[in-house]
Unconditional design. Structure first.
Length: 112
């Protein structure tokens, strides 16, 4: 799941975290006209849920900041699945390019 991490903030409550600006694809994100901040990564998560993992919809919430992506909730399995999907995008420049281009072609606007 690297570069993301899953922490149990309190018993039974989990947070999926990514420090923005620390991934292997930050340069690609910038080339595509975006800032690789927490809000951008929330957009990545939403696109992945919408296009690849509809069963995750509504199973966690988002709380990004400029410097960090955060999804949280009680469903550890859902957050683990999201983390695994996001890790692929965060470590593969071609995958990031395809995701952003396809999302924007479908009218998705990243909030970065």
């Amino acid at each position: 799941m690297h570069p993301l991490r899953l922490v149990e903030s309190t018993p039974g409550k989990y947070s999926l975290l990514l420090d923005a600006g620390t991934t292997q694809v930050d340069d690609v994100v910038e080339e595509l006209g975006h800032e690789p901040n927490g809000y951008f990564w929330e957009g990545v998560a939403r696109v992945l849920v919408d296009t690849e993992a509809a069963a995750l919809e509504g199973r966690f919430s988002y709380d990004p900041e400029g410097g960090m992506f955060c999804a949280y909730g009680r469903d550890r399995g859902a957050l683990e699945e999201l983390g695994a999907r996001m890790a692929v995008v965060a470590t593969d420049a071609d995958r990031m390019r395809r995701l952003v281009v396809a999302a924007e072609a479908d009218g998705f606007e990243f909030d970065d």
